[in-house]
Each structure stands twice: as C-alpha cells, then as structure tokens.
Design a protein around this ligand. Structure first.
Ligand code: URA
Length: 430
C-alpha cells in the first residue's frame, strides 16, 4: 500500500477502507509516514469528510494505538462525561460527586486547559496537595471505595491522537467534524467506561459555532459510541457566555462546591443535574430519568454530594479548602458599566482569553498557570445593569491590567431593550 494512493483517493472524494485507515494511522504513529503526506491527507479529509463507517474505523485505529484501560475490576456500571471545552466549565467537578453520591461509578481521566478553555486537572490541582497522577491500581481501588476518582490522562492513551492533533494544530485542520469526533471518541473509548454523556458546546467560546455543526458532531460521536456498544447520549449546550460566574481555577472550585451545597448558579446547577440524571439513569440506578433527577436533588439537599467532593479531595491527598480564605490575589478590580440597560451578549471567548492573560490559563502548552487569578462575573445575559454598576471583578496578581479591564468591558453588549437569556440546553441526541 502507498500513502500517495490513499491521499489521491480521499482527494477525489472516495471512502477509505479499514485497511487504508489502519495503514496511515499506524504508519504515521511509527514515524514511517512523513508529516507532509499526513498533512495532505488531513486537508483532504477536512474538505471531503468521512462517512460513518470511515470515522468508526479511524476511531478504532487511533484507540488501538495505545493502552485501553481495563475497568472490569470495578464493580458496577462505570460512567464518564466529556465536554468539548468551554469557559467556566466546571461541570465535571460538580457532576462527579453528584453521580457518585447516587451510587454510579465515576472513573474519569481528564486533561489540562489550553488557550481560552480551562481543564479539570488544573482546577483540581489548585487544591493544595491534590494528586492527579494515580497508578491504575490506585485509580481502580478509589472508584471501588468511594465511587469516584479523577486522574490525568497518560501519554499511553491513544498516542496516535497526540501526534495527529499536534499536526492538525499547525496545518489548519482542527475544525473538521470527523477528525474531532475520532479524536474525542478514541480517548473516551480507551478510558473504559460503559456509559458516556457528551457535552457538545456551541457559541463564541466553543469549537462549534453553529447548531448545525454541533448537531453533526454530536450525531457522529453518538454513532461511534453505539458501534462500540456503549450507552451514549450527547447534549448540545450553550457556550456563547461563560458557564456560571467564575472563570479561573480556584474561583471555579469555590463555585463548584457552592453548587454541590445547593447554592450554585442556575445554569451550572441545571446542566450538572440534567447530565447527572442521564448518567444515573443509564447506569441502571433508577427506572426513569425523573427518578434520577429527584435522587440527585436529594443528594444535594442532604449534603451527601458535597461530602463526596470532600471524600475525593481526601482520597487524592488534597486539603479541603476553607472557602472564606481560599482565593488570594494582590488585587480585585471591579469592571463597571458605562451605560444602563440589559446585557444582550457576553463574549465567552473574550472572557476566556482575558482570564488566560491574567494567568488562569495557558497560551502555550508549557506555560505555568496562577491558580488564584481569574474573573468573576457579576452580570450575565438577560440581567439589567445600571451605569456605574459592577459587571465583573478581575482577580489579579499583575500590576497593569487596564487592557484586561477594557477587554472585559467590551465583552458585554448592553442595550436598552430587555432580552431573554440564551437557551442552556439546545438538544439532547440519544
Ligand atoms: N478535543 C479533542 O480532544 N480533540 C479535538 O480534535 C478537538 C477537541
């Protein structure tokens, strides 16, 4: 088989066979296929896409390029959730304890944040002592003991994806639905869960900008999951404005704990409860989705869910934070509105990038983050604001941040007429 023939076939818009897909994934991972040929094929896929059969073969080839985690020694149904990434998205921190308190086994491998999007590992590591590098034995024991563990993805999980993603990043081929679907699903399938809920974000702060694209990505990933005999559901949710009010690692941990205690923002609480209800129901813990929702609400009210978060922190050697004395920055700077009216839009991408520049995120893979800094919103879409009233607070350890104050101010679009908030959940694809 020759790589040039595969490139020409895809260039001319013909479907690739399983053998051809295995050939280029294995060849590229081994270093036998050069970057220039792989780049050319990626661009042909970007333009001519892949059908469901090709994407499933592609996912399978990437999945089998590394270790597949065996969770069979965990008793019960293992559940997992994946978000395509966003700003202020601390859902995993809330969801894990919620479903674990209901009896589901939440065995989660997470990644770090890059660019304007945050990562669960960075948020957890902002907790003093929290250890994300569990051995597979420790990971499995912890899920058996407390129904919950969150650890870092190792480089042996879907290594072909790591190579391919790095190449896509520099060849303009990231935003391709089959490539994104195979990238995400190969890692999810390698993580070994039985039940998966995907949270596909749309809006300014997300990969997918339109409902049509988000629907196609969600449909493709659900199809792949079903081909691998997984119970899988995809939510399509809003990321035009940040989720909740807090953006930044420690700030988000505080908001997640408040949500587990029943005092969280409406959007974060609702998304966590709805995704959690699907996981609990699909895990066979309740007969109906409604019962799963009721169970989750009871676990919040009884504080069993927030106790689970405490158990997670303790099991992974962390020190549970004192919320009143947790986030410490040199300054907290208020961003005040220059007009009165209603917030019509709040640019999640601008807020995410501004938080990143304050030090809450990474502009490059090796950048070091400052766990204390970030942005806390005071107003969101639909809210009324008076001239001079605070729109947001910047938690900063930097001296000169006028530029960020202006960026955050510009992220708010304020108009005279009242406006409805954006829908939180657009669709659920089963
Ligand atoms: N997240 C991934 O893991 N892969 C992609 O291609 C895009 C988002």
């Amino acid at each position: 088989m020759r790589m040039v023939d595969i490139i020409e076939k895809k260039r001319d818009n013909h479907p690739l066979s399983k053998e051809e897909i295995d050939f280029f994934v294995q060849g590229y991972t081994k270093g036998d296929i050069p970057d220039y040929q792989m780049s050319s094929l990626l661009m042909a896929i970007y333009y001519n896409s892949m059908n469901d059969e090709e994407v499933t073969h592609f996912t399978n080839a990437v999945l089998h390029s590394g270790d597949i985690i065996d969770l069979s020694s965990i008793d019960g149904i293992k559940v997992d959730k994946h978000s395509t990434g966003g700003v202020g998205d601390k859902t995993t921190l809330v969801l894990g304890p919620l479903v674990a308190a209901c009896g589901a086994k939440f065995a989660k491998l997470s990644g770090r944040g890059l660019g304007h999007t945050g990562g669960t590992l960075d948020k957890l590591e902002s907790i003093e002592g929290f250890d994300i590098s569990l051995s597979s034995e420790a990971f499995i024991k912890q899920v058996n003991d407390i129904n919950l563990a969150v650890a870092g993805q190792t480089s042996s999980l879907a290594p072909a994806d790591k190579e391919l993603y790095a190449l896509r990043d520099v060849t303009g081929t990231v935003p391709s639905i089959p490539l994104i679907a195979a990238s995400i699903m190969s890692k999810k399938l390698a993580s070994g869960a039985d039940v998966i809920v995907l949270d596909v974000k749309i809006g300014k702060g997300a990969f997918m900008k339109t409902l049509e694209d988000a629907r196609e990505l969600a449909r493709t990933m659900v199809k792949i999951g079903k081909n691998f005999d997984k119970k899988i559901v995809a939510f399509i949710t809003d990321m035009s404005e940040p989720l909740g009010y807090a953006v930044g690692n420690k700030l988000e941990v505080v908001e997640a704990i408040q949500t587990l205690q029943g005092n969280g923002p409406k959007d974060l609480s609702e998304i966590s409860i709805q995704i959690g209800a699907h996981l609990v129901h699909q895990a066979g813990i309740t007969d109906t989705l409604k019962e799963a929702r009721t169970m989750i609400e009871e676990k919040i009210a009884s504080l069993e869910a927030s106790d689970k978060f405490k158990a997670l922190v303790k099991a992974q050697s962390g020190v549970f934070p004192d919320l009143n004395d947790y986030v410490k920055t040199k300054g907290i700077i208020a961003v005040k509105s220059e007009s009165s009216g209603y917030v019509h839009s709040l640019d999640a991408l601008a807020i995410g990038l501004s938080a990143m520049r304050l030090g809450a995120g990474r502009a490059t893979k090796d950048a070091v983050i400052d766990p204390d800094v970030g942005i806390v919103l005071n107003k969101k879409v639909g809210d009324h604001v008076e001239e001079g009233e605070e729109l947001a607070y910047l938690y900063s350890n930097k001296e000169a941040i006028n530029e960020e104050v202006n960026t955050v101010l510009d992220a708010f679009e304020i108009k005279d007429e009242a406006v409805e908030d954006n829908p939180l959940i657009y669709e659920i694809i089963e």
